[in-house]
Design a protein around this ligand. Structure first.
Ligand code: ATP
Length: 257
């Protein structure tokens, strides 16, 4: 599904958060949104999800104006949003039950998707009985089970350690290859953006404006991102950061390093 942002502006009680944002995101593309904390990246996702209305402009999903949430556009957050009183399989299946798939069929599909994210054998565990990485795997399964046309990921792996994050990035890439949604990914991790994205938009401080766009479509990527060293330097430079890579995520999150 193609997403088109047409001259989007957004104010919150007079606070200008987004100004004149226009971009087209082609079907199946993964576009990373990178920028300083509070610049308006999540707000762009919420507008695409139909949870917020723009103050000016329109967003189109294919040729239809987005006027509210729709199951074909799925939002996933950093904090695992699994229901603690449901098992992993029930959490994943629930997304289908909301769409009127019967319980038995939903359970079968939940098991299939949990297997794809390496959680075979944990279907009947509750969220508190598995690790944070496993919870995010289950959240990925839940995001993909209803075959979304658009996936809006807001710092999905931000709370995980670096190693777990990388395995989750691999899992996400596999799922994307299979389902082929259009993906907008908000991340503070420049390496995550370089690894996953076809395009990277770097935003200014609020009100969010695109400072620069990077195109990575042709690269066949591994976690060895040395070939992107110069792009990484440019992105960090645009964000006003000249630090060792380990410090970057913390700096972007506003912490002192
Ligand atoms: N529902 C809301 N009501 C009022 N103000 C809001 C609302 N949502 C966001 N804002 C404000 O809009 C600005 C941008 O917020 P947003 O969450 O989009 O930034 P962000 O770039 O995603 O930040 P971060 O990287 O820290 O998550 C902030 O100043 C925030 O306080």
């Amino acid at each position: 599904m193609k997403l088109t942002f047409n001259q989007i502006g957004k104010d919150f009680s007079g606070l200008k958060v987004i100004e004149n944002f226009s971009r087209e995101f082609e079907e199946g593309q993964l576009v990373a949104l990178v920028g300083p904390s509070g610049c308006g990246k999540s707000t762009l996702l919420h507008i695409a999800a139909g949870l917020e209305s723009p103050t000016s402009g329109t967003v189109l999903a294919n040729d239809r104006i987005i006027e509210g949430p729709h199951p074909e556009r799925t939002l996933m957050f950093q904090e695992n949003a699994l229901y603690p009183w449901l098992t992993l399989a029930q959490n994943v299946g629930l997304a289908l039950e909301f769409q009127k798939v019967n319980k038995k069929q939903a359970r079968v599909q939940a098991f299939e998707w949990l297997e794809k994210v390496n959680l075979k054998g944990f279907e009947d565990y509750y969220p508190h009985q598995v690790s944070g990485g496993m919870r995010q795997r289950a959240a990925l399964a839940r995001a993909f089970v209803s075959n979304p046309k658009v996936l809006l990921l807001d710092e999905p792996f931000g709370a995980l350690d670096a190693l777990t994050r990388m395995t989750l990035q691999d899992a996400l890439r596999e799922l994307i290859r299979e389902v082929h949604p259009t993906v907008l990914l908000v991340t503070h991790d420049v390496d995550e953006a370089l690894f996953l994205a076809d395009r990277i938009l770097v935003f200014s401080p609020r009100p969010a404006k695109v400072l620069k766009e990077f195109n990575l479509t042709r690269h066949e990527k591994t976690h060895d991102l040395s070939e992107f060293a110069s792009m990484r330097r440019q992105i960090l430079g645009l964000l006003g950061i000249h630090a060792e890579q380990d410090d970057v995520a913390k700096l972007l999150e506003g912490a002192e390093v």
